[in-house]
Design a protein around this ligand. Structure first.
Ligand code: ATP
Length: 340
């Protein structure tokens, strides 16, 4: 394809519906005006059982070479592939967009259009803690400057691009040392973004206000566990935990993204694997995020719009009340792309 731009992607294959998700992404990629070169790596359980280290080595080699990866769901048996990749790639920030999807039934009538930026490490998730006798247990909570700064920088850059403000959220009045340090770091980054409004909100108050008036929020940055809770709650507000995608980033010394991995939120869905009926929306939205990250912003927005447009028009798979197979849904998305 000498006359078309080529985008190289490390494609990390997994289990269950992973192959069907990959086929859908390939079908949509083929409908784009660029050439997308996928570099497959086998992270299926079968291959990992034979030599897990060799699988992860191959994944990281391809990832380092191409700097962007698309990962499909994988079964966790001995180790969690997501955890291994996070440690090996040194991911420090997770970006989880959550937006209302017209056509998907919800219990909440507010319009949600959020970007949740979360520190991918630390908080209460690093230390499983220990019991002291029968009645007491302790664990350590960690906040580090480098990932906090990277999350804040990412949030402010994104907010500048979206022409909106940043809300940082934690329990800084109680966790004064840890969350206090996080908020100090965010304020420090905010000083370099005079054009981007910033405010800190206590996390409990944020949850309350977000449910009452989600339209008031766009980019939110938090420590690890708060971002985890918030992401699931926001998905509940838009009526689906499985329709979203997320991005995992590691950064270089200058604070620029070094490696970026995109993945659909859902699991391997073994009950429907191989039947051609799974919903590929989250994988396609992950692919759209990857396109945007790789500088193909217009194409990323087109794929995102085409997926949402198809669902809004009732062209959807069974899990959303529609009748389309995975291939038929992917074809509907391609038809929308062709219409421009
Ligand atoms: P895992 O252990 O990998 O998380 P799981 O089956 O426990 O697998 P999910 O994969 O999240 O968890 O599936 C939960 C339910 O949602 C299943 O009934 C599954 O069929 C359904 N589901 C998950 N992903 C999809 C999808 N992409 N399209 C349609 N249904 C899905």
């Amino acid at each position: 394809m000498p006359d078309r731009e080529t985008l190289h992607i490390a494609e990390l294959h997994g289990d269950g519906i992973a192959n069907e998700l990959s086929a859908s992404v390939h079908q949509v990629a083929a409908a784009l005006p660029i050439h997308v070169q996928f570099h497959p790596v086998d992270l299926t359980l079968e291959t990992r059982r034979k030599d897990a280290n060799a699988s992860y080595d191959a994944a990281m080699a391809s990832f380092r070479e191409h700097r962007v990866a698309l990962k499909y769901p994988t079964v966790t048996e001995k180790e969690s592939p997501n955890k291994v990749l996070r440690e090996r790639a040194n991911f420090s920030v997770i970006h989880r967009p959550v937006a209302s999807l017209p056509g998907v039934r919800t219990r909440h009538d507010g319009k949600v259009d959020l970007h949740i930026i979360r520190i991918a490490v630390g908080g209460t998730y690093e230390d499983a803690g220990r019991r002291i006798g029968d009645d007491v247990a302790v664990s350590i909570r960690v906040i580090e400057r480098r990932p906090s700064r990277e999350a804040a920088l990412y949030a402010f850059r994104l907010a500048r691009r979206l022409s909106c403000g940043v809300v940082s959220s934690s329990k800084y009045t109680i966790q004064r040392a840890t969350d206090g340090l996080f908020e100090d770091i965010v304020r420090g980054v905010a000083r370099d973004f005079a054009d981007v409004p910033h405010q800190s909100e206590l996390f409990d108050s944020l949850l309350y206000k977000l449910l009452l008036k989600p339209e008031a929020y766009r980019v939110i940055v938090t420590p690890n566990e708060y971002g985890d809770f918030l992401s699931d709650m926001a998905c509940g507000m838009v009526g689906s935990l499985g329709l979203g995608a997320s991005a995992n980033y590691s950064f270089d010394e200058r604070g620029d993204v070094a490696l970026a991995m995109f993945d659909p939120a859902g699991g391997t869905a073994p009950d429907i694997a191989g039947r051609g009926v799974c919903n590929p929306s989250a994988a396609l939205l992950a692919f759209a995020m990857l396109l945007t990250h790789s500088g193909f912003r217009g194409l990323g927005a087109m794929v995102d719009d085409a997926v949402r447009g198809a669902i809004a028009a009732g062209e959807s798979t069974r899990d959303l009340g529609g009748t389309l197979t995975t291939v038929e849904f992917s074809t509907a998305v391609c038809r929308r792309l062709a219409r421009g």
